[in-house]
Design a protein around this ligand. Structure first.
Ligand code: ADP
Length: 475
């Protein structure tokens, strides 16, 4: 018989409270789908000063104090009163440490996330009924399995099954042994469970200590054994407890029929007309030519996403294919790439523009307006952009890696619907653009592919069930 489980998700991000990337999207929707499956899913995250905090009503559920090494701090846990997200949402505040405007990027991020995890363990230790599963996400929460199992103060938590989901293994949160006091007093024989290459490495510790480890796609899991920023042998050694579960997308947020960020809605039956209206809006706003195919890029402007290849790709496309297409880029990140992309405005002839920054509203409009989305990622754990894009009838042009490999089939293959290429090189992407322009000009084929991608099912139901099946192996 299947029992109802109590699941606690611990994460640094959760959309719409605070989001910096895909982690926020996943933690904002997976718990709701687990609730729909009959389980009780809760999320605890740091309390940042985001608009969501001020727009909702909260009640204080717990107040106490704990310590980070020699530093004692008070912490408060508040609960969103109306369960607006479809699950219980708790924010944990440590005055002066967590209540900042941004999620990451501070010099004391190590202290912030260590203190957050200690406070979560401390708070959980006070519960009368403990959760059936603690599901931690990425390195900001990955020390919890160790703390729960090996810190003397939290022995009561040691048999709670823990799952670590890795959304991005490039970031590991490593810090030096001089900060060892940050971990609540622990059995020093267990030093090896914290250690990786001479540092305390939270992600490595999570991989060693969590009962199960998941990554957000199967291909990414395979790739981590060969390329994971130094953790390759660990992934190889721990492969027996690792599995890949592909992310879903939240159709309540990402649905062109009722997307709250769009003025012009559309569905499968009127996709051509609906997308055209959105394209006109965006071309008007960014000075682009609506007659040409619109290629977009949305994302962090970092090497992982292949963003440094965009300027070369744009110049080469104009040079070798001709000025037959528009490019619109939305993103922020490495200053060199931001600068190069901004400079390209000087060669634009109603066929290129860039928006440097983070803009949720604009991203929705771009998915709705575009003909193609470009993703030349060097590393892509799952990739949500291609899934959102396909839902909005935008054809993916992607590198064959990680989650992109698992979700996009090249149109040259049986049942294919996207354009894929193998190398993160300007030449390969430009060839992909060339193929895309060719398809755009064959209207019937283009339309049938658009229909096909809009019908693909990447809903959360399947993935939420896979997570629950994994939890159930412990019960
Ligand atoms: P990441 O590795 O950044 O988490 P994902 O593809 O998993 O990549 O998720 C990216 C998410 O962040 C998507 O929802 C995408 O639309 C959004 N996003 C990324 N950059 C921006 C931006 N500059 N403005 C708006 N949304 C963005």
């Amino acid at each position: 018989m299947k029992t109802s489980l109590e699941i606690l998700h611990v994460s640094a991000e959760c959309y719409p409270v605070a989001k910096a990337g895909g982690l926020g999207d996943v933690v904002g929707s997976l718990p709701r789908f687990q609730q729909e499956l009959g389980h009780k899913a809760r999320v605890v995250m740091p309390m940042y000063r985001t608009p969501y905090l001020y727009a909702h009503d909260w009640e204080v559920v717990h107040k106490s104090s704990s310590n980070l090494g020699h530093w004692w701090f008070d912490y408060t846990v508040i609960r969103e009163k109306s369960n607006a997200q479809g699950f219980e949402l708790f924010l944990l505040d440590i005055n002066g440490l967590l209540d900042r405007d941004k999620v990451y990027g501070y010099d004391d991020d190590t202290e912030r996330f260590c203190a957050f995890q200690i406070a979560v363990a401390h708070w959980m230790n006070s519960w009368d009924v403990l959760p059936n599963v603690v599901h931690v996400h990425d390195h900001h929460a990955a020390l919890l399995p160790f703390i729960m199992q090996h810190a003397y103060a939290y022995k009561r938590l040691q048999y709670i099954p823990t799952i670590l989901t890795i959304h991005n293994a490039q970031y590991q949160g490593a810090f030096g042994w001089e900060k060892t006091l940050y971990i609540p007093q622990w059995d020093s024989w267990k030093r090896g469970l914290l250690e990786w290459k001479g540092t305390i490495n939270p992600l490595a510790s999570g991989i060693k200590c969590a009962w199960k480890v998941t990554t957000v796609s199967n291909s990414y899991l395979g790739e981590l054994r060969h390329m994971s920023n130094g953790l390759e042998p660990l992934f190889e050694y721990e492969k027996g407890k690792c599995s890949g579960i592909l992310n879903g997308i939240d159709y309540k947020v990402w649905n062109p029929q009722n997307d709250k960020y769009l003025d012009e809605h559309f569905s499968l039956v009127d996709a051509d007309a609906g997308k055209k209206k959105n394209k006109n809006i965006i071309c008007d706003r960014f000075g682009l030519d609506p007659q040409k195919p619109l290629f977009i890029f949305i994302g962090r402007l970092v090497g992982e996403k292949g963003a440094d290849l965009l300027p070369g790709m744009i110049v080469d496309s104009f040079k070798f294919i001709g000025r037959k297409m528009n490019f619109l880029v939305l993103g922020n990140g490495e200053s060199e790439t931001e600068h190069q992309l901004s400079q390209l405005n000087s060669i634009a002839k109603s066929d290129y523009n860039v928006y440097i920054g983070y803009n949720e509203t604009l991203s929705h409009l771009m998915y709705a307006a575009a003909d193609f989305i470009i993703m030349p990622s060097r590393v892509e754990p799952c990739g949500l952009n291609q899934l959102y894009a396909m839902r909005y009838g935008t054809i993916p042009v992607v590198r064959n890696t990680g989650g992109l490999r698992d979700t996009v089939i090249d149109m040259g293959e049986t049942n294919g619907y996207g354009i894929t290429f193998n190398n993160a090189s300007v030449g390969d992407i430009t060839h992909g653009i060339y193929r895309a322009v060719g398809i755009y000009n064959q209207k019937e084929i283009f339309r049938s592919i658009r229909q096909k991608i809009m019908e693909l099912d990447f809903s959360w139901h399947r993935s939420a069930e896979e997570y629950v099946s994994l939890y159930q192996t412990f019960q």
